[in-house]
Design a binder for this molecule. Structure first.
Ligand SMILES: [Zn+2]
Length: 499
């Protein structure tokens, strides 16, 4: 086969795959936002049929031969095509190594585990879920061994989600985080808390929708390329740089909840909308990794959105929208209220300071599960012990404890660390951005576009062309270093709580 012929065939398959993924993505968005409750049945059947088509499109000998041919000629390919081939190989590596009957059996176990988890969570009944989790852990270890026989299973999965990260690297990272944050949190807890009762007055959803529109305009989000919908759990999904969708959830007794969901998801959306034009239709559309994607959402949500400068910028308008609820409240009080730090039970509701400890607990548990050092039967006890030790909180029930996240029920082990790495990447990126930009003044003056321009040029435009490690080199001229994250949190919360 000629190279040109192979590349054309590869690109044609990519376009077809993109079309199926686009269709399934829009259906998923629809089921989460607009579809009636009973649409779930038909949806499941259609999704299963389409998934089978896409599976067959990529998992077949002809495609493997094509990819192997292109890999063998990778130095003759342009950068984008070379990376597309690399990513396609990566996503197929596991599927190519697992015996088909085990793969089919795993799919069945996974979907069963997922539905049992939903019920177990409602009933707060871990025992009901435990046998399913046991099977998932078993398969997760086995599959890692198929794909990479000489690698420790947990290292295999960690590297799948965030390339270059292993238990050695993460033990060092979390060790430093724990050593710095646990005492810092203790000192914060000794201080009086800011009053945030005004955030919990009645905030009508209709008005909050106007606030969302305002925040998206402050972020410079082009509404012709990005829509906003409403869901139980906010998320972002994008199909190309001109069609990105974010969602939020309005709680009428919690103003900050949707406000920061919109900024967080708006950060994910900004990343995707700023991909370069050459990624239109390419499977390299999106973000470099889960951690890098999360770095951008958290950058806008916490580093920018919870900064004093940002509050100075947006508070007058927010007060104008909610004159009765925020009567007599100052920007300083609002700033302190949205930055209240307090150990809590639920990761997704955790504040900026305590968040990474929630992730650390999951990391330690996953590590022990996959190394066979923790039996699934003993998981709740271990979970509760770690929450007490690191965050000082007593877990009253498994619903608010080890059953709270959906990840494990979907067979996903090794994903959690990327949430924390995202925050750490963000702090490191900020430190280097500040050498070139007066970030605070720009934000205070409403010139967020200049911050976004910097991120577009250093990160966003590359989509998946560059890997996280390369992006950090482009942004910072150095490798990952957790010291920036520790310095950022220590500095911010020492000032906030007058330590
Ligand atoms: Zn996110």
């Amino acid at each position: 086969m000629e190279i040109k012929e192979a590349v054309d065939l590869f690109k044609k398959k990519n376009s077809l795959m993109a079309a199926y993924n686009h269709a399934m993505g829009v259906m998923y968005y629809d089921i989460e936002t607009a579809a009636p409750k009973n649409a779930a049945h038909g949806f499941g059947e259609t999704m299963a049929a389409l998934s089978e088509v896409t599976y067959k499109l990529s998992v077949n000998e002809e495609n493997f031969e094509l990819l192997d041919f292109l890999t063998a000629h990778s130095d003759e390919l342009d950068e984008i095509t070379r990376r597309e081939v690399e990513e396609a190989q990566k996503s197929l590596k596991l599927l190519r190594s697992i015996p088909i009957d085990e793969f089919v059996e795993y799919q069945r176990i996974q979907s069963e585990a997922s539905s049992v988890w939903h019920e177990a969570k409602v009933k707060s009944d871990y025992a009901m879920f435990e046998p399913h989790l046991r099977k998932l852990v078993d398969y997760t270890r086995r599959f890692a061994k198929y794909a990479s026989p000489d690698t420790d299973p947990y290292d295999y999965w960690l590297n799948e989600f965030e390339e270059g990260f292993t238990q050695d690297v993460l033990d060092d990272y979390f060790g430093k985080i724990k050593a710095a944050l646990v005492p810092l949190i203790h000192r914060v807890m000794e201080k009086p808390q800011a009053d945030d009762s005004f955030l919990h007055k009645h905030y009508p959803a209709a008005r909050q929708r106007e606030l969302s529109a305002y925040l998206m305009s402050v972020m410079g989000i082009n509404r012709d390329d990005c829509s906003i919908g409403e869901t139980e759990h906010p998320f972002t999904t994008g199909f190309n740089k001109h069609d990105v969708r974010i969602t939020t959830h309005y709680y009428e007794d919690a103003l900050a909840s949707s406000m920061y969901s919109v900024i967080h998801e708006g950060g994910h959306a900004t990343y995707e909308m700023n991909n370069s034009d050459e990624l239109l239709g390419s499977p390299l559309f999106g973000g470099a990794s889960c951690g890098m994607h999360e770095s951008q959402s958290r950058f806008y949500e916490n580093i920018i959105g919870r900064s004093r400068a940002f509050i100075d910028l947006v508070f007058p308008k927010i007060q104008e929208m909610f004159p009765e609820q925020l009567d007599g409240v100052t920007a300083e009080q609002f700033y302190k209220a949205v930055n209240r730090a307090e150990p809590s039970l639920v990761r997704t509701e955790a504040d900026e300071l305590t968040y990474s400890l929630h992730v650390l607990i999951r990391y330690e548990i996953e590590k022990k599960l996959l190394r066979g050092e923790l039996d699934t039967k003993d998981l709740p006890a271990e979970w509760n012990r770690l929450y007490k030790e690191y965050l000082g909180v007593d877990v009253p029930c498994d619903k608010e404890g080890c059953l709270q996240d959906s990840h494990w029920s979907g067979g996903s082990f090794g994903y959690f660390p990327s949430y924390s790495l995202g925050s750490a990447y963000g702090a490191q990126i900020l430190a280097h951005m500040k050498k070139e930009l007066d970030v605070d003044s720009l934000v205070r003056n409403g010139e967020l576009n200049k911050v976004t321009d910097w991120l577009r040029e250093h990160i966003h435009k590359y989509g998946m062309i560059k890997k996280p490690k390369e992006l950090l080199q482009i942004c910072c001229g150095e490798d990952f270093d957790p010291k920036y994250y520790i310095e950022y949190l220590t500095d911010k919360f020492s000032k906030l709580y007058e330590l």
